[in-house]
Design a protein around this ligand. Sequence first.
Ligand SMILES: Nc1ncnc2c1ncn2[C@@H]1O[C@H](COP(=O)(O)OP(=O)(O)OP(=O)(O)O)[C@@H](O)[C@H]1O
Length: 549
Amino acid sequence: MSELLALVRGPRTVLAVVLGALTVLCGAGLLATSGALITGASLRPSTLLVLMPLITGVRFFGVARAALRYAERLVTHDVTLRLVARVRGRLLARLTPLAPAALSGARGGELLSRVRTDVDELQGVVARLVVPTGLAALAGGVAVGCTALVSPATALVLAALLLVLGVAVPALAARAGRRAAVAAARADADVAADTLDLLRGLTDHLTGDGGATALRALDAHLDRQEEAERAAARLAAVTTLCREGVPGLGLVAALWLVAADVAAGSTGVLLLAACALGVLGAFEAVGGLGVAWSVAGGIRAAAGRVRALGEQRPAVTEPEVPLSLPVSSSLVFDAVTLRYPGAVEDAVAGLDLALPDGAKVALTGRSGAGKSTVLDLALRARDPDAGRVTLGGTDLRDLPLDGVRSRLAWAAQAPQLLGGTLAGNLRLGRHDATDAELLAVLDDVGLGHLAAAPGLDGWVGEAGERLSAGERARVGLARALLSPADVLLLDEPTAHLDPALSARVLDLLACDPRAVLLVTHDAASLDGRWRVVALGTDESRPHAASTRA
Ligand SMILES: Nc1ncnc2c1ncn2[C@@H]1O[C@H](COP(=O)(O)OP(=O)(O)OP(=O)(O)O)[C@@H](O)[C@H]1O
């Protein structure tokens, strides 16, 4: 929270507070001069000139109030938008190094909810917390001071009622509402996560139990969300009652006290209505504090969640003094061991593997033997627990992360396609590839038919859902082939292909001058140009490698 407040501290915020306070004071001034004017007019003065200062005052306060309110909103929104841009920028800058390894445990919907809902919540810090609090202190103080010039007793009552309405009522309401706010935030995050999971796996849910289990879980979260909203509404009703009732008390007290002064002859009659209505107007100073207190808890919680997300440690970090990239891109795994957090056995144990420049190596092994993990280690998505992975003889941990990844192109088992055009998805591999190059690579991987429909500029659907799983995998492969990288890391690129197409793709890869590390379950289709490394063949060391050819 203090970090957040530090982000909004500055002259613009002070200006917003001052403009807000002046707006409130102009409102009170407008009511006070109007009251005095009506009283003065009812006394039937001999000439209207007597009332001129009051008429001018009413006009001045009326116009100034509107202009000041406009200016205050302008400045407040400016500060808010700057804040949101900075928070989003900082958060994304901290999130990026966490991907993929450190984010793999987070539910996508919850992450999205944190990045979107929590940051949206934080933007209320200026308009709903800082400005209302600042202007309440400033305008409230000035209003009490001005009232004291007319009636010290009324000023005391005003100060006490301002404290009741601005501090006591909101504090009690915020305390009562805190649990509801936390429950609402949790229910919101669960609803968002469940909805996203439900939509992503819609087909699986429908073919399973028709979505009944998932909908039951979602319903339970929706019930919690509704209960939290009901509790918040009950609290809002009570605070509204106080917000309307307390200023009324102030008005009655001011009328009573100032009327006594008027009766005693110590105060002019014009000041009776002016003071009473001015006091009523002064309560606008604390009008925003109810919201401020109620959102303070939510903002603090959102700030904590955003900070916790940003404070997660990435699985891999940049070296403090990176070495320059070597000329060679030969990859060597030297006695590499990795165990995932919480796992009971190593995913990769004591792996020795060499992929010299231009070499063709196929990794095989049973499901779960650690093949994809080997690719993760090569990409430096994770660091080994023991041993080292080197590029051109230098430990990956000593090289700049971007530099390492620029040497490697990766096609995942189920590549992530973006909801854009076919060309846009392919150009993730090389942004300046020409249309002719895109068409050629599509042809290479047996996707020539996609040039007609959807076409290079056609939409592939959300996450590529308008393509088949096999076509998506081959778009991933095409992306890797387009890349200017020296080493291709391919995770089962032929898994969805028929034998003829699979043979054609394997031949294409074998002829590629770049080094290829290929994960496959189909070692039988590989010819003598490939060196086959089988993971998990030794019973005593389940993830040790054996090689043939
Ligand atoms: N993010 C993760 N967190 C924890 N354990 C993981 C994670 N990813 C993989 N594992 C585990 O590590 C082991 C190796 O997984 P990996 O995906 O490398 O196997 P694989 O040989 O590629 O399997 P497949 O042929 O089925 O794709 C498996 O036991 C798997 O359950």
